[in-house]
Design a protein around this ligand. Structure first.
Ligand SMILES: [Zn+2]
Length: 158
């Protein structure tokens, strides 16, 4: 499979993003991504929102082969055109990553599995993912929370 289709497949599997383009720099694949276009409405007054700006978030995802996958998420900033509305602008959020976090949820789960099942130390994981010790620790704690919630959902469905 070509590198491009591998990167595309990784991005598509997050379910919310499309690949704009990517470049390979040493051991990193740096991929520019954005959410699929869809109509957005103001959270306060439900008027159709207008695109205002883009803000880039840098987020690490699961590695692709021996390379790190780094997402440059071109987040959309929306504005409400209703002059009577208190909500002036807001930045989009998504399910694949917690707001303002530097690792995708599935990357956090990967860290958690390495720590809990393989006994890899937090400092080794921090080094591997190029994040601080506290970010790695927080990621593991949150992944435990995420997986516990989804297991509870499965139980409820049975
Ligand atoms: Zn509004």
């Amino acid at each position: 499979m070509s590198e491009k289709s591998e990167v595309e497949r990784a991005i598509n599997s997050l379910g919310e993003l499309r690949l704009i383009g990517f470049q390979v720099k040493d051991n990193d694949i740096i991929a520019e991504v954005e959410t699929y276009k869809k109509p957005v409405f103001c959270p306060s007054c439900t008027t159709a929102a207008e695109p205002k700006d883009r803000r880039t978030s840098t987020i690490r995802d699961l590695p692709l082969g021996d390379k790190s996958l780094i997402l440059l998420w071109k987040k959309r900033v929306w504005s409400c055109p209703n002059p009577d509305c208190p909500e002036i602008t807001w930045t989009e959020s998504a399910d694949f990553v917690t707001s303002r976090h530097s690792l995708t949820n599935r990357a956090k789960i990967n860290l958690m599995k390495d720590a809990d099942q393989k006994g890899v130390s937090i400092s080794k994981l921090a080094q591997k993912w190029k994040v601080s010790w506290s970010t790695a620790m927080t990621a593991i704690r949150e992944a435990r929370e995420l997986t516990r919630t989804s297991q509870e959902n499965v139980k409820e469905m049975r």
